[in-house]
Design a binder for this molecule. Sequence first.
Ligand code: DGL
Length: 277
Amino acid sequence: MKTKPAGSIGVFDSGFGGLLVLKDIVRLLPAYDYVYLGDTARVPYGNRSPEVVYEFTRQAVDFLFSKGCELIIIACNTASAEALRRIQQEHLPEAYGRTKRVLGVVVPAAEEAVAKTENARVGLIATEGTINSGAFRKELIRRKKRIKVFSQSAPLLVPLIETGEYASEPAKLILKKYLSPLFAKKIDTLILGCTHYGILKREIQKLAGKRVLILSEGTVVARKLREYLLRHPEIDSRLSRHSRRVFYTTDLTRRFAKLGSRFFGSPVRAIRADLER
Ligand code: DGL
């Protein structure tokens, strides 16, 4: 008997950042149905302990599966770095058997950086949690032994972005302070290892000059997802295609409607989600 296609693609982030990734995914794969979840009540994740990030991510994954998702993209580097492996290895087999899939953003970004760098000097800007996890370093070195990775955590950027203050003069100064030490290392590729930072790409490119490739994750993740679905027709066949987009947030604020729409590129009307039930 043929399985009826029924599932959506879930996209999860701690806040707005994942909407930039979803925008690129929808542009490349518009026919699928998507459910977005932003944990805006508990953002930022980047300064929290791995245990808390795991617990929040597990709740988010369960919520998205309860809304009919078949496949989830964790569009949050912090959650990908600190929780994804345990979700894949422990939670999914225990709670869902082998049917559901959860993918992250660290591996696609690391693959792309390795493919693009010419001098094998790669910069990484990310949250404290992502940097401390060592996940990027591990994925980069696994693919290219002689690669040099220069990391910088940027704890102030996510709060500035979530409050809509990212284009202000103080924000530009902070950005410059974070990035200057990386540019001094003669990197030729800079990974924006936090999905929120995609909104700063133009500003960062200006600071970096033309010689540094700024790698933001949206387009990379979208392309890798398309390749993944081509490689896994058994999953692709379970995904529904009615071009539906549904947005959930754990805190319904006016800011989400305004900034969310700016990040996603078209109007976003969110429904409140309760993850702790
Ligand atoms: N977008 C998340 C990431 O990619 C933001 C992290 C946070 O909530 O601090 O890491």
